[in-house]
Design a protein around this ligand. Structure first.
Ligand code: ASP
Length: 433
């Protein structure tokens, strides 16, 4: 296959074309045209990805569990998954804290820029504060309650309920294992066929991915630039050190933590892993949503990296909901950056509080665009840094959202490889497109 026909190049070309169009549209007054006639194609693309996610998770998890044939394997896999997710998240936060404390981007932010940013984004942060406060007022165990649905159809009607869907599929799968095979076979065959159909649909959706990505990126650039692209570029310049610190932290995390994970638990090379997972990373970058990217992540992890379905269908949907290494790293950097910019020195014990709250906040962050900055409020409140400080970083948040989402997806895929390898469920990979 010629290089330009491979999926990741196709997506990358869509991304570059979207970037060029977005800048051109912002400079030539075509913002309205882009929002009215280009953005809808991006929305259609995201909706198609979203609509296959729930049937895909239900079908593949049910089939996966019935293949396991043994409940102890399931609980062992669950324990490992959650354990590795927690450890990688804590490492991500530690890396973020190290880089931000060494570089100290908040200290180099000029005072006038700081005041100007406060002024222009002050109004935008009220929504974030309210949303986070609502969450804090709930019972600490509410997150467990939320995993259990009271109605199957209600659970299956909202992608934000991904953990409920995983729960439903687990219960049905376990039920199927406990009835005689002549009865369960018909349902297992049904879900098996449904699973194949959905995977075919994902492949079909990927054919339009370059156009969808083009439309998404073009509208992100137009939204970012607003009426005044030059003003946005100035904000980006003022916050450049902060942006670079987050990006450097993310790169270090991928290079150190996932490479070590592979060394410890599997013999897959980082290079092959990245080759297999590249299109999902690019799609995560373009959509800023782990949940919207989930169907492609599942397809790549199973078909290219060789992770068996029973592992991928459990580890990945859970990861898209609770495992956000990129987000937690970003939340740690952002909290310290804001503290530095407003002249607060955080002690070591306060930084430890950041490790704990950013871990919890990233678990609570939904896999949708912009969710990470809402949960940042919780981290800031825990260490008494003024929440208004979010105004300082809002202007560049969408760009960082794209990068952290790509890392969130990479983390889910890496852990699925590690779990599969230790469970003897990692087949040979087919890393090329
Ligand atoms: N957009 C991120 C994701 O979907 C979450 C965040 O805002 O950090 O993974």
């Amino acid at each position: 296959m010629p290089w330009y026909k491979t999926l990741h190049w196709q997506i990358l070309l869509g991304l570059i074309a979207g970037l060029i169009w977005g800048i051109f549209a912002s400079l030539s007054g075509l913002q309205g045209f882009t929002q009215d006639y280009v953005q809808p194609f991006g929305t259609i693309f995201i909706r198609m990805l979203q609509f296959v996610a729930i049937p895909l998770v239900i079908a593949s998890l049910i089939v996966g569990i019935t293949n396991l044939n043994d409940l102890t394997k399931l609980s062992r896999m669950g324990g490992k998954t959650i354990g590795i997710y927690m450890v990688t998240t804590v490492f991500a936060i530690t890396i973020g804290l190290t880089v931000v404390n060494v570089v100290q981007p908040g200290k180099v932010l000029p005072e006038e820029t700081r005041d100007a940013l406060f002024e222009s984004y002050r109004e935008n942060i009220e929504g974030q504060e309210e949303a986070a406060t609502e969450l804090l007022e709930r019972s600490p165990l509410q997150f467990i309650v939320d995993i259990v649905p009271s109605n199957f159809f209600a659970a299956a009607s909202d992608n934000a309920n991904m953990l409920q869907i995983v729960f439903v599929a687990l219960i049905i799968g376990i039920g199927l294992m406990r009835i005689p095979q002549e009865k369960s076979r018909v349902l297992v065959d049904f879900f098996d066929a449904l699973n194949d159909v959905i995977i075919k649909i994902v492949e079909m959706i990927m054919k339009i991915a370059p156009y969808g990505v083009f439309a998404l990126i073009a509208s992100v650039i137009v939204d970012l630039g607003g009426e005044d692209l030059r003003g946005t570029i100035e904000i980006l310049q003022a916050l450049l050190v902060y942006v670079l610190v987050v990006l450097a932290g993310l790169l270090l995390h991928v290079a150190i933590v996932y490479t070590t994970l592979f060394k410890l638990f599997s013999n897959m090379s980082m290079w092959n892993f990245l080759r297999g997972i590249r299109p999902a990373q690019l799609l995560g970058f373009s959509t800023s949503s782990s949940l919207a990217t989930l169907p492609l992540t599942m397809e790549r992890v199973e078909k290219k990296l060789g992770v068996h379905e029973e592992v991928a269908s459990f580890v990945l949907p859970v990861g898209a909901t609770i495992n956000m290494d990129g987000t937690s790293l970003y939340q740690a950097v952002a909290a310290v950056f804001i503290a530095q910019a407003v002249g607060i020195d955080l002690s070591l014990s306060q930084q430890l509080i950041i490790v704990i709250t950013a871990t919890l906040a990233s678990i609570g962050t939904a896999g949708v665009p912009g969710a990470g900055i809402i949960m940042l409020v919780i981290v800031l409140q825990a260490v008494d840094v003024p929440v208004e400080g979010i105004a300082l970083i809002l202007g560049v948040d969408r760009i960082l959202d794209m990068a952290r989402t790509a890392v969130n997806i990479t983390g889910d895929a890496a852990v699925s490889v590690a779990v599969a390898s230790t469970e003897g469920r990692l087949g040979p990979g087919h890393f090329d497109d």
